[in-house]
Ligand binder design. Structure first.
Ligand code: MN
Ligand code: MN
Length: 378
C-alpha cells in the first residue's frame, strides 16, 4: 500500500534500513520492489513501465506517448499508446502492419474506417467503448466537442506510433506525375500537398454522424469495427467484476480483452494464459502482481493509475488490490479468444489422491479446492 512514511527494506531479521540516497516517492509507490515478499526469487525481467516515464510527443492540440519493447524489453508481443486529442483534433488518416485495439478512457471521439471490401464505417465513441482496426485497414480518429483520451494496444511489441503509414506521407512520397495520373487530373492540382506529416492536428468539430454518413455510400462492413461498453455484460464475483470482450462477442477482433474491477482486498485469482501474452493498463487503484516462471523464479510488482504491466504467455500470476479504493484495469491479449487456466480449478478437477500426494494438503485445504470458475476472490 502506498504510504506517506519512509518505508524501509526490512522483513523481520532480513534487510536493513536505507540511509539514502533514495527516491522515496518511488519506494512508496513500489513497496513490493523495495521489500519483496520472501517468496520472490531469481531473475524475472522487469514487467512494469509507467506512461509517466514515457516520452510524450506534443503536437498542436494533443499528445501521444508509447510503451513498447524499447521501454519494456520483455514485452515482445504487445505495445501500447496513450493519446489525448482536444476538441476537433484529428489523429491523421493512416494504417499500419499491426492490428490496433482501442479503448476510450475519457471524452468522445469519432472513428472513420474504410475496409478492403470498400465498406464505409464511422462511429462515435465514449469512455468505455472499444475498437479493433485490423492490420492494413486505414482509419482515423477525431475528437468530438469534449475532446478525448484513448489507449491503444498493438499486437507487436516493436510497434511505434511514430512509424505508421500516413496519408500525407504516401502523397508526398509518390512521384508527383504518378499522383496526377492516379487521380486523372493535372499535377498542378496537387501543388499544395503538405511536404511532411500532420500526424495530430486541429480541425473543426465534425458534423453530426448522421449528416456525414448520408453523404457517403451506404455499404457497411458485415462485422462492426467498434463495440460499445453498454453492449456487453460484466460477470459479478464476490469482490469484483470481469468483462470478456473477445472474438465470441466482438467478431472482428483478433485481440481478446478482459476488463477487471477489484474491490479493496480482492484478488484476480492465480492463473495463466495458455494462448497469449497479457498487456495490462491500470486505470485506477493500487495493485500488486507476482509473476512466476520456471525454475523457481518469481518477482512482485506494484501498479497504479497510468502504469503498464506485462505477463509473457503461460507464466502464472495474480492481481491483488492492496489499496483502499477500487482497482480497475485492462488486460489485452494477442490472441482472438480469451483463455485462462486457474490454479484452483486445475487442482479441483484432478483426482484428489494425486493432488494430496503432491502438496501434502490437509482435509480443509482439499475441501477448499473449487471446480467452479471464480475469476475474482477475496
Ligand atoms: Mn492506428
Ligand atoms: Mn491474466
Amino acid at each position: 500500500m502506498v504510504s506517506s512514511s519512509n518505508p524501509e527494506p526490512i522483513i523481520g531479521k532480513f534487510g536493513a534500513n536505507d540511509p539514502g540516497p533514495r527516491n522515496v516517492e518511488l519506494d512508496r509507490q513500489n513497496p513490493d520492489i523495495l521489500t519483496p515478499p520472501r517468496t520472490d526469487n531469481g531473475s524475472i525481467p522487469n514487467l512494469k513501465f509507467s506512461f509517466g516515464m514515457a516520452h510524450n510527443r506534443l503536437e498542436v492540440g494533443g499528445w501521444a506517448r508509447e510503451v513498447t519493447v524499447r521501454d519494456l524489453p520483455a514485452a515482445t508481443g504487445l505495445a501500447g499508446v496513450d493519446t489525448r486529442l482536444a476538441s476537433g483534433v484529428v489523429r491523421e488518416m493512416h494504417w499500419h502492419k499491426e492490428a490496433e485495439w482501442g479503448y476510450v478512457l475519457d471524452g468522445r471521439c469519432r472513428v472513420t474506417v474504410v475496409d478492403a471490401e470498400r465498406n464505409v464505417y464511422i462511429d462515435d465513441l465514449k469512455a468505455g467503448d472499444i475498437w479493433l482496426f485490423p492490420s492494413g485497414i486505414p482509419h482515423s480518429i477525431q475528437a468530438l466537442e469534449e475532446g478525448c483520451e484513448f489507449l491503444l494496444v498493438f499486437n507487436d511489441g516493436k510497434f511505434s506510433e511514430n512509424e505508421t503509414l500516413l496519408l500525407t506521407e504516401v502523397m508526398a512520397h509518390m512521384p508527383r506525375d504518378v499522383v496526377a495520373k492516379n487521380f486523372c487530373i493535372p499535377a498542378e492540382h496537387f501543388a499544395n500537398l503538405p511536404p511532411k506529416e500532420k500526424y495530430i492536428f486541429p480541425l473543426p468539430v465534425p458534423a453530426p454522424i448522421g449528416e456525414v454518413l448520408a453523404k457517403l455510400p451506404k455499404q457497411r462492413p458485415p462485422m462492426p469495427f467498434t463495440v460499445h461498453g453498454d453492449e456487453f455484460t460484466a460477470h459479478q464475483w464476490d469482490g469484483g467484476k470481469t468483462t470478456i470482450i473477445d472474438v465470441r462477442n466482438f467478431p472482428v477482433t483478433n485481440m481478446a480483452a478482459l476488463i477487471i474491477e477489484l474491490e479493496p482486498g480482492a484478488m484476480r485469482e492465480i492463473h495463466w494464459h495458455p494462448n497469449a501474452d497479457e498487456w495490462q493498463y491500470y486505470i485506477e487503484g493500487e495493485a500488486r502482481m507476482t509473476v512466476f516462471d520456471a525454475t523457481s523464479k518469481a518477482r512482485t510488482f506494484n501498479y497504479s493509475a497510468g502504469d503498464v504491466g506485462y505477463v509473457p504467455r503461460t507464466l502464472a500470476h495474480y492481481i491483488e488490490n492492496i489499496g483502499t479504493t477500487k482497482v480497475r484495469l485492462l488486460n489485452v491479449f494477442n490472441d482472438p479468444e480469451f483463455k485462462d487456466v486457474a490454479l484452483n480449478q486445475w487442482l479441483a478437477l484432478t483426482p484428489p489422491d494425486l493432488v494430496r500426494g503432491h502438496l501434502d494438503l490437509d482435509d480443509i485445504a482439499m475441501a477448499a479446492l473449487n471446480p467452479n470458475a471464480r475469476a475474482v476472490v477475496r
